[in-house]
Design a protein around this ligand. Sequence first.
Ligand code: C2E
Ligand code: CA
Ligand code: CA
Length: 580
Amino acid sequence: MTDRLLHDFAEIASDWFWETDTDHRFCYMSDRLSEVTGLSVESYLGKSRIEFAEGQPDNPKWREHLADLNAHRPFRNLIYSTARPSDGKTVWVNISGQPCFDAEGAFTGYRGTGTNITLEVEARQELEQFNKELQKKNDEILEAQETIQHLAYHDTLTDLANRRLFEMRLQEALARGNTTVAIIHVDLDRFKQINDTLGHAAGDAVLTHAADRMKAVATDAKLIARVGGDEFILLFEGPETGPAWEQIAEDIVASLGEPLEIDGSPVIFGGSAGVAWSSSGSITPQDLVSHADIALYEAKEHGRGRVRTFTPQLHAAMLAKKRLAEEVQRAVSENQITTWFQPQVDARTRTLAGVEALARWNHPTKGILPPFHFLEPAENLGLISRIDAAILEQTLAVATRFADAGHPLPRVSVNISYRRLAEDDLIRDVQRLWTDRRTPLSFELIETILFDDQPGDIISHNLDRLRDLGVELEIDDFGTGHASITGLFHIQPSYLKIDREIVSPILEDPSRKKLVGAVLDIADALGINVVAEGVETLEQADLLESMGCHMLQGYAFAKPMSETDLQRILLRGRRFARAS
Ligand code: C2E
Ligand code: CA
Ligand code: CA
């Protein structure tokens, strides 16, 4: 009865029944398994399960199963695979079994069911494979994202951090507020030169070497960033104060100064550094960066290969400079630059021989200021030519007024900067403005233009045109520089002006006196007149006269003065004094 039921059930179920004897050998197997494995029922009978299992029978799963069998314990979900001989396909089965005992309690074997779980296992394996591939894709995406992230925050050439990352890290460091935050701003010296003369490959090599050297020296740096073409910033955090960071900056600059070999030839670059630090945490990132900038600027102002640390005094000086620059800019555009005049005296007759026009700043609050206060910033701002042009225009207007009043000036001399001399406008301005030829016009050129044995084309051209127009040329500050005699031939000046540094001490210092004598000899040989400036006493004046100077200028006779004061002198028709 039981057997019949069992048989019928086995016919309809997808599962199968099995029975084993006391030796765990099959003594019954339903047909269903034959359909699954392709093996006849007979081929199972008398054999043990493990003989059909693929894989190592000594794996833990089987050892556990055999232990269950020996102990006559029930077991569930024994999963293993078996090969189907017909096509070699792997079939997965899931087996559960129950020990059987007779009335006396003696073990008679096992009885149980089996299920074909091949589809399930295959589906799971496919899923696993799919998951694995998905994971791989995911890893690839993450990796790509990391690369993109890295590129977004790093410099491709040196692989250092870029400005964005530096700014983020600096912000974070300052936000923590519990340590000193220091930055060192490094700028390479001569980089542009190397790039221009040796090419971009050499430039790149210099940048990567500079990066490597900084990495080697600044091992404590929280971050090293390349923030511009040849600019780097190092970020530090720690308990140290100023001198420690300055020392690191010095070490960096020293290592950058060592020569580098590119293609077998040495290349010398180097760097300058500005240091700024804050331990209060109350500074903004922008301010700390600008402090390091100021320090770097200051370092570069003092030449190459230097280190400077930011101080409030440095800041104040910088601000004052900036303010002055703005003021000078305004002064020029609002015509606050006016002309004063210093009389020049004929050495022999002691009568007025001419005037030198000197720029003055009519400052809205500080009064009349000499060129010392504005000429250098104007030069740096590229405004010097505009000043020269304004002085020329004002001087010629004054000359016309004096001539109209019946007191023409014997001569007016105007200072011309090197830059102005190189301008195309110069000749056009002279033609336009110097129409009233009652007053002779002279240009004072600084001695340095004599450095050029072969002055530039425009300058040569302008000098020729000026001579053609009848403008006299004077070499100013003669004797202080290293003028070449060939330079004198090129320029063919009408006057040499001996600098006041040589003239003032002429009575006490025999060597200066000798120098004046030598200048007079050269001038005499070339047929050039000599003006002595900075004549402060009448004794000096008399000596210079006796030595053969033609014209004298200095406090001994008159200081620079306004147009009104000059008019007074002219009206009086005054003769200037002599000592004896
Ligand atoms: P510089 O061309 O050598 O002008 C002579 C300077 O010596 C003037 O200074 C004058 O005031 C000063 N000086 C004259 N006599 C004496 C003296 O007896 N003792 C002493 N100690 N100094 C005397 P200032 O006016 O301050 O001008 C300084 C410099 O500024 C000038 O030196 C000139 O190089 C430059 N400069 C003045 N005006 C102009 C201008 O319009 N254009 C350009 N490019 N430079 C100018
Ligand atoms: Ca002068
Ligand atoms: Ca001078």
